[in-house]
Structure formats: C-alpha cells, structure tokens
Design a protein around this ligand. Structure first.
Ligand code: G3H
Ligand code: ZN
Length: 281
C-alpha cells in the first residue's frame, strides 16, 4: 500500500468513534516495532517524527524507510511531521511525500497562531498534505513551558479561519513524565468537541491511565500521541539486557529485545485506542 492521507483515516476514526495511535519513532527499530504491532492488530497507524528526529535520521532515509514499510504492509500507514516550527522543513516534508504536518505555534498569541497555520495550509494544500495545529498549549517539552488550556470560546473561530484538518487540544495533559497524577478536564473536551466538526488530537499521552485514555476516546479524541513511554520501554530493555550479558556486542540482538519490549506497549495502546480490527489483538 502507499502511504495514506492522515485526514482521511482520522475522519473515519472520528465517524466510527475510535482513536488512531500516533507513535513517535527515532530509529529503524522503533519504526519496525510500531509497524509490526499495527499489522498484528490490523489497525491503521500514524508514524510521526519530530524535527530533531529528522535531523538525526535524515528526511530522505526516514521517508524511504516508512514508505518501504507501507509498501509491504496491508494496513493504512500515515507519516506525520510532529511539532514543526521550521517552515523550510515543513515545505520539504510536503514535497517529499509526508501525509501530514503539524504547525506548532501554540505558544504564540491567537493571531500569530492563525497566521502561521494559514501559511502552512497554503503550502500543504499544494501537495494534498493534511495539517494539524494546536490551540492552547500542551507544556512539558524541553523548555518546561507550562500548559495553557484550550480556550473553548476561540476554537470555532480558529478552525473556521484556518480551515485546519485536525486540532490538538490542551485539556490537562503534558509532554514527558508526569510528576503528580494528571487531572484531565473532560468537560472542556466535550465543549470543544461540540463546537467543531474536525478530528481532535491529544498530546502527552504517555503516563495517562488506561481509563483516562479511553475516556478521551469516548469524549471525541481521534488521534493520540505517544512518545515518552516508547522511549522508556525501548531504552530500559536495552539497559537490562546489557547489564545481564555484559559481553553482548551485537546490536541486532539487543535491537530485537528492544523492539519486542516496545511492541508490547504499542499493542497495548492500540487496544485502548480501539483502532484494531479485533477487540484484543
Ligand atoms: O507529540 C508527541 C506527544 O505529544 C507525545 O507525548 O511524550 O508525553 O507521550 P508523550
Ligand atoms: Zn506533542
């Protein structure tokens, strides 16, 4: 199969009331673990990469790897550029064949966020690439900026003016590792859901309880982003195997161990999102 349109698979998820997991990958092993898990569950999947991951892997190699995975799979696979701020990179991702891009101007004021989103819409639509924007701000990335809840009163206008394809909302989640237990504002999610008709996106899903994630799906979230928990599983499993076998130097052996550990997590999240064909895959 070719890579699919993110907008199309998210619209279908919204209609059928499940969410699609969007998994951040940082190397080939993480990519393979995600694709094989989604294939096992017979579920659509969004593979996403940050600007830093593109810098690390190289956009051509990354695109070729994901495209090759799509070609040999029977599930819908979309490739998404996550939290992008660099317009040149956004343009490059659109040109090379990404399915979607996120413009993250969530720390800026409303009108700058609108302006940036319009600029990206203009580029992306030339290539039939879908666009995600964020209103409010999900904090917790490297710069430790606090979250700012999505202002319900501005959602309708933001979507109407930008015509963005899907919208990331801030309802109490945070990127990275939570210090206390997160308190999600489900009433706010309901109000946002009722004010617009496009798929909604949840960031910062690592560390949420299964029941919180399920409640977000019921509340109308169609795309759920997972990164930190995948890194944690991946790296900790390698640490463990190298501690146990300190003579081990073959990267293929500990790479397999890490893929297996990560796959268990991805399959678990796909089940909670409800996007697999079987109830339990
Ligand atoms: O964009 C990526 C996500 O929002 C992932 O958040 O690292 O807390 O899972 P996370
Ligand atoms: Zn995020």
């Amino acid at each position: 199969m070719n890579l699919v349109s993110t907008k199309q698979i998210l619209n279908e998820a919204k209609r059928k009331k499940y969410a699609i997991g969007a998994f951040n990958v940082e190397n080939m092993e993480m990519l393979k673990a995600c694709i094989e898990s989604a294939q096992y569950c017979n579920s659509p999947i969004i593979i996403q990469v940050s600007e830093k991951s593109i810098e690390y892997i190289g956009i051509g190699l990354l695109y070729s790897m994901v495209n090759a995975c799509a070609f040999s799979s029977t599930i819908p696979i979309a490739l998404h550029l996550d939290h992008a701020q660099n317009m040149n990179l956004i343009r490059e991702a659109c040109e090379i064949g990404f399915s979607s891009v996120m413009i993250d101007s969530s720390e800026k004021g409303f009108s700058s966020n609108v302006q940036d989103t319009l600029k990206v819409m203009e580029i992306a639509k030339r290539y039939n690439v879908s666009v995600e924007a964020e209103l409010g701000h999900v904090g917790g990335k490297a710069e430790e900026v606090e979250s700012m809840y999505t202002p319900v009163s501005r959602v309708k206008k933001f979507v109407a003016v930008t015509q963005v394809d899907f919208l990331a909302v801030a309802i109490g989640t945070k990127h990275g590792i939570y210090k206390g237990s997160p308190q999600l504002d489900f009433q706010r999610l309901k109000n946002i859901y009722e004010s617009v008709d496009i798929p909604l996106v949840l960031h910062g899903a690592s560390g949420l309880s299964d029941s919180d994630i399920k409640q977000c799906v019921v509340g109308g979230i169609s795309k759920i982003n997972f990164a930190t928990e995948l890194r944690r599983k991946y790296t900790n499993s390698i640490k463990q195997v190298l501690e146990e076998k300190n003579e081990l130097i073959d990267p293929r052996i500990y790479g397999k161990v890490a893929q297996k550990a990560m796959s268990e997590t991805v399959i678990h999240y796909i089940n909670i999102c409800g996007s697999g064909v079987e109830d339990e895959c």
